[in-house]
Design a protein around this ligand. Structure first.
Ligand code: TXA
Ligand code: MG
Length: 322
């Protein structure tokens, strides 16, 4: 199969309507889209990614009026979350109506839904006219793609088309929130922070190890594994909390990403000093991929706070460390 590069939203919508697979940009990462009401297309999607069948997909919609066709009950706090954060990097897990394919929900009785904040993709979604399932557009286990080139690197020849667009703005995936209980529970931290969600419901919390594992199937898998070894270092903010091991010579073969300039003796072959947590998140996955392509075997990520977007960074980097 030849994978085409598209810039016309009508063409992308047409391929999706006919049951094809198109990688679409969102504000978080690129997604691999297929019609949610077409089981054959969804089966091809799992196949193209090499994704385990028991990991459910997020359904993407253009407008909130499409919600009622997908879920049976939306609690008040979820309405408020949607009003505040959609379109945006928030996925709400809600009770699924029986019409939602169990291939998408991986047999669960809930469905993850979001409205992405990307002008072309919302146009594509409107034009397709039905909800579209879209996991991140990477081969399973690889870092999520934040550029269209990264999608090609992973999926060229396996999907029908890639919609061309600039690098994604947020850079880490959406916050997945279980909205089936009395208060929101974050299953995966992301672009919307715990504090943001607590502003809407004060009892909102992070998922704990003691919560049922089946509620957040994605956390079972090793994710975001670049070919290079990933490690925490620092922080190099003068707080004096560097560990002894960080002082070891990096022998000129490692790369570094972080908010502070690392000490000179670390002698990194490549370093990306970012100016904010937002920039750290935006650059992280592409940095992993660039390092890999440069043959770098070890990547050091500067430790970050777990406040705000820091929690999502912490989660993704910890999972890359494995
Ligand atoms: O930002 C994003 O969320 C991107 C863009 C493309 O929208 N999508 C994305 O999809 O990251 P994916 O498939 O790579 O990750 C979806 C996560 C997985 O951890 C999955 O287990 C979880 O959402 N999920 C989906 N449906 C769920 C459900 N019904 N219950 C619990 N977790 C669910
Ligand atoms: Mg993914």
């Amino acid at each position: 199969m030849t994978t085409r590069l598209l810039t016309d939203t009508d063409e992308a919508a047409q391929i999706l309507r006919e049951g094809g697979l198109v990688a679409i940009p969102t504000e978080t990462v690129f997604g691999l889209a297929a019609r949610a009401d077409n089981d054959a297309a969804i089966a091809r999607l799992f196949e193209a990614k090499g994704r385990p069948q028991d990991n459910p997909l997020i359904v993407h919609i253009a407008d909130t009026d499409q919600l009622s066709a997908l879920c049976s009950h939306v609690p008040d706090y979820a309405h408020q979350l949607a009003a505040t954060w959609w379109p945006g990097p928030l996925t709400m897990v809600l009770p699924a109506v029986p019409e939602v394919s169990r291939v998408i929900t991986a047999g669960l009785d809930t469905v993850g839904i979001r409205i992405p904040d990307h002008v072309d993709t919302r146009q594509i979604l409107r034009s397709v006219g039905v909800p579209v399932a879209a996991p991140s557009a990477n081969r399973s286990g690889r870092p999520s793609p934040t550029t269209w080139n990264a999608v090609f690197d992973d999926l060229d020849g396996r999907i029908d088309a890639v919609f061309k667009s600039g690098p994604t703005a947020v850079g880490v995936e959406s916050t997945v929130v279980d909205c089936t209980r009395d208060a929101p529970v974050i299953l995966r931290p992301g672009g919307v922070s715990l504090a943001d969600i607590q502003a809407i419901h004060p009892d909102a919390r992070m998922r704990m190890a003691t919560d049922d594992a089946e509620r957040s199937p994605g956390t079972r898998y090793r994710h975001y594994q670049p070919e290079a070894r990933v490690q925490w270092v620092g922080p190099f903010d003068g707080s004096g909390s560097e560990r002894q091991s960080d002082q070891a010579s990096t022998a000129g073969s490692c790369a570094y990403i972080g908010l502070n300039t690392p000490p000179e003796h670390m002698a990194y072959v490549r370093q990306e000093v970012v100016t904010s947590l937002d920039a750290y998140a935006q650059k992280l996955f592409q940095f992993f991929r660039d390092c890999e392509q440069a043959g770098i075997r070890e990547i050091h990520c500067e430790r970050v706070t777990t406040e705000g977007l820091g929690l999502a960074l912490h989660d993704r980097i910890s999972r890359a460390i494995g």
